[in-house]
Ligand binder design. Structure first.
Ligand code: IVH
Length: 705
């Protein structure tokens, strides 16, 4: 049964409301909508779904129409910008917006520079200049200019697709509407960070406090909330700033270096960070990190580290990317911020893989600009290692976007007395046993898992949550809250049920559930239908196999090309077929752990049933291969010494063109690119009749340099 409040005006259809009930209901809706607006607009943290919000608004307007005397000049329906349309149109980035890998120590920076030199095959003493600049803790934006005119502005979103915030962006003074100056490409996407200065944030919070309103969390969230206002005049009233530091699509390149590009950006009207410096050595980079760290508190904007980028763009091009991060840039983070507080309790959470995670409940404390009250304790060994007891005073730290963690017990404060032990049962109502898994070495893993698998309600629900998450199925109007509702009402118990919801709605009657109406139900079903066709990598990721994150899923999708091919290989691997396992092993980024996990998943009959029912409902699209590439879908082996490129570079280039790079030659190999000194692989290629070519012939084949 759906949960509804006890008999109240909220349950009565508008046409059946008496004037007295209508008045009460109108006031209740007004208060509720105002509250949702506040959490949405001011904290950028909506507490209801768009569908629920829309339903409240519709009911509010319906009451006003039936009882016009209730309407005043303060009516929410008259307020500019408080319109119900909350979603933003999506914008596909012509070039994906990437994120950065992190370095936390000088050693990490040395490794980063070393990797670059090896990849480019540079001599140890060859200079590799880098630009070094502060890492602004704001939001990245992509601004598209055509013919020098701003045509759209988009948030990063998931990197591939962001939200269209053009109207809001136009209100930001530091973002030019038109580029002025020399060498303006016909098409250019300029990227950078939008942020709010600390003083403006404090002033905003002072006003909030004065008005008795809730306070904003930090400048970054406030900037996010301000940018995503439906009413651009609200964005305009908040002082926002923008630093340009990168680009996406460019029809021509106005400079040959990163620093040259920054100069060009400044020359056409953007603000670039004045602290940016070109550094010639690792020592220079570390000194820059230190110096910016010292200035951090005096800067008028928040930063969480510095960013180093290879200055030469031709080198950047050769270095390319690994999944979502460039090889040519890194963020060197600052040390974390710390605070002390009291550990009040422990809660056990069960993850979608059945892992039991102890979560510490703390007395709320501010660290690094946010209030922290929960802290992950990772596992029970960690609790033992820290010697934690409930009631202890603990030191916690928060590093940038990392989840807060406990560093240790503050020994000179009174110690807690309640010991924390591993629960014998899963906290679900099934009270299933928990166990410690054996790992490859035969030792016990630190992870305590519930043995209930899909029978365990925590895992089922988590599994469904993962299934609809942003990088998986990402269905509009079907988020964690709805999964909770649908799961608790037993309308959705496994992924396939999502796709049969509409068929079963005659019985369910979703439109009668609080927060839903005819329109929102229709929208939900349409959004579900729109996802009946799904990319292979998303589908594989959505299954929620342990160790198969989105990058691994993409590698599998590219490697197998189609669901049938992957499914077949997974079933074979589950049966212990060594050839299938070896083939999987040859794929980039796939190793034993992933293979074991896939094999285990496809060995479990509950999972096979779940997958079979799901695949009946959806169409899984073949993995996209880069077009016009003669090597797309081919398997290539590089062997011997390569002279024009390093092995890493060769591999990255081939994969970029959609080829599968393998370490061993078999009948299935399409090309062997052999350099001088090639040995047994070359012999095997000849024996198997595989097409063998030189490095030069390879370049001719791919139409390159
Ligand atoms: S460069 C391909 N430079 O950091 C590289 N990013 O953790 C694109 N960020 O999503 C990023 N300051 O929002 C770059 N000076 C800076 C930055 C910067 C802040 C943000 C950016 C990015 C995130 C990655």
């Amino acid at each position: 049964m759906a949960k509804t409040p006890s008999k109240s005006a909220a349950q009565i259809a508008v046409e059946d409301l008496s004037e007295k009930w209508a008045k009460a209901e109108y006031a209740r809706l007004e208060a509720e909508i105002t509250e949702h607006d506040r959490s949405y607009y001011q904290q950028d943290a909506p507490t209801v779904t768009d569908a629920e919000y829309d339903a409240l608004r519709q009911r509010y307007v319906a009451i006003e129409e039936k009882f016009p005397n209730l309407k005043t000049l303060q009516s929410l329906s008259l307020k500019v910008g408080a319109k119900p349309a909350r979603g933003f149109a999506k914008v596909r980035h012509a070039v994906p917006m990437l994120s950065l890998d992190n370095a936390f120590s000088p050693e990490d920076v040395t490794d980063f520079v070393g990797r670059i030199k090896r990849f480019l095959k540079l001599a140890d003493d060859e200079k590799t200049p880098f630009t070094a600049e502060p890492k602004i803790d704001g939001l990245s934006l992509s601004l598209r200019y055509e013919g020098g005119k701003l045509v759209n502005g988009a948030t990063r979103g998931d990197g591939a697709e962001g939200e269209d915030v053009t109207a809001n962006v136009r209100t930001v003074k530091e973002i030019p509407h038109e580029l002025k100056g020399k060498n303006i490409p016909a098409v250019c996407e300029i990227r950078g960070e939008i942020y709010m200065i600390k003083a403006a944030f404090l002033e905003l919070n002072r006003k909030q406090e004065e008005a008795g309103e809730q306070l904003y969390v930090n400048p970054r969230n406030t900037a996010a909330g301000s940018l995503r206002q439906k009413d651009a005049s609200v964005t305009a009233s908040r002082p926002m700033h923008f630093f340009a530091y990168a680009w996406g699509e460019l029809s021509e390149r106005p400079a040959e270096t990163q620093s040259g590009m920054l100069k060009w950006l400044a020359s056409v009207g953007f603000k670039t960070n004045p602290l940016t410096k070109v550094c010639k050595s690792i020592d220079d980079l570390i000194a820059f990190h230190e110096s910016i760290g010292e200035q951090r508190a005096t800067l008028d904007y928040d930063i969480d580290g510095v960013v180093y980028k290879v200055d030469r763009l031709d080198w950047q091009d050769r270095l390319g990317f690994i999944s979502r991060t460039p090889r040519w840039a890194i963020a060197h983070k600052f040390a974390a911020e710390r605070a002390t507080t009291v550990l009040r309790d422990i809660e056990i959470q069960v993850g979608r893989t059945g892992a039991l995670t102890p979560v510490g409940k703390l007395d709320p404390v501010g660290v690094g600009g946010v209030i922290v009250q929960n802290v992950t304790l990772h596992n029970f060994d960690e609790i033992e290692r820290l010697g934690l007891r409930i009631g202890d005073t603990v030191e916690i730290q928060r590093a940038g976007d990392v989840i807060p963690q406990v560093l240790g017990v503050v020994e000179d404060k009174p110690r807690g007395t309640t010991k924390i032990s591993v629960p014998a049962k899963c906290p679900c109502h099934l009270k299933t046993d928990v166990m410690r898994q054996k790992i490859a070495t035969g030792e016990e893993s630190v992870v305590v898992r519930c043995t209930g698998e899909f029978a365990c309600p925590f895992q089922r629900k988590e599994h469904l949550r993962h299934f609809v998450s942003r990088r998986a199925y990402d269905i509009d109007g079907l988020g964690e809250k709805q999964i909770e509702l649908f799961y608790e009402n037993e309308w959705v118990r496994e992924p396939a049920d999502i796709f049969t919801l509409e068929k079963r709605n005659g019985k369910i009657k979703l439109e009668a559930v609080e927060g839903y109406g005819q329109t929102s139900v229709r929208n939900l079903f349409d959004a579900i239908d729109a996802r009946r066709r799904i990319a292979l990598d998303r589908f594989i990721y959505a299954l929620g196999m342990r160790h198969v994150g989105d990058t691994t899923a993409l590698a599998l999708a590219r490697g197998y090309g189609s669901w049938d091919a992957f499914h077949d290989a997974a079933l074979k691997a589950a049966r212990g077929d060594t050839e299938a396992r070896e083939e999987m092993d040859a794929l980039d980024q796939i190793g034993d752990t992933v293979i074991e996990s896939i094999a285990a998943f496809f060995h479990e009959k509950h999972n096979l049933g779940m997958v079979e029912r799901l695949t009946k409902e959806v169409t899984i699209l073949d993995a996209e291969k880069p077009k016009d590439s003669p090597v797309a879908g081919k398997t290539v082996v590089f062997t011997g010494a390569l002279e024009k490129m390093t092995r890493d570079e060769a591999k990255a280039m081939a994969e970029q063109l959609g080829a599968k790079v393998s370490g061993s030659v078999s009948k299935k190999t399409d090309y062997v690119v052999a350099g001088p000194g090639a040995g047994s692989k070359l012999d095997k290629a000849r024996a198997e009749g595989v097409n063998v070519m030189t490095e030069d012939e390879w370049f001719v084949l791919i139409g390159g340099k």
